[in-house]
Design a protein around this ligand. Sequence first.
Ligand SMILES: C[S@@+](CC[C@H](N)C(=O)[O-])C[C@H]1O[C@@H](n2cnc3c(N)ncnc32)[C@H](O)[C@@H]1O
Length: 206
Amino acid sequence: MKSAPVIQNVRGVKIYPPNHKRVQKLLANESAPEIHGDKVWYSSYFIMDYLEANPPEPKTTILDIGCGWGALSIFCVKKYQARVTGVDADKHVFPLLQLHAKLNNVNVGSKVSRYEDLTPEFLAKQKLIVGGDICFWDELVDPLHALIKNALAAGVERIVIADPGRPPFLRLARRCRRLHHGKLRQVKVTAPRKNDGYLLIIENFD
Ligand SMILES: C[S@@+](CC[C@H](N)C(=O)[O-])C[C@H]1O[C@@H](n2cnc3c(N)ncnc32)[C@H](O)[C@@H]1O
């Protein structure tokens, strides 16, 4: 007999596997995510490890763009008491984000928006922007670059984007190295599984 899927604990964040009965029950009543927000993607773990080594100020404001199920948002609330807003173009990810927020006993703000529609006024309220596996199509490169430019102009202090190394992400990274002093670092995790990839780190020097 197959054993029931168990809740994982990754870096202090409790995460339902996609085939867990709570996820399946929710998806029986709500529409499923449509733009790959159908699980927690491991690029988020690269950013968690980066933040452990380079922690933000406690209680700071953080935007998790392309947040999906919100594991990274929840990590930032739990670890740094941050005020986090998860942003995603797909409204169908938010019931799953809230399911996880409840499981982890935290509050995470949510906003349905495409990257390019985030206003300078809204960006100006954020100190840090993070995003795991969010640049996976060619057509996402320009909107993400526009967001990065607007965020830097609005005074956001740091932007950290992680990726397995997909070509659109590497194009964005090359552009940010050239235009915004972006740094590209190769990274790996061993838990919950072995994976390697990249971090793009952009600091605001203005
Ligand atoms: C591969 S998933 C990654 C989810 C999450 N960051 C993680 O690591 O588990 C990509 C997420 O980006 C969102 N997304 C895709 N295009 C977007 C856009 N133009 N603006 C905002 N979010 C977008 C998707 O809905 C999806 O939730």
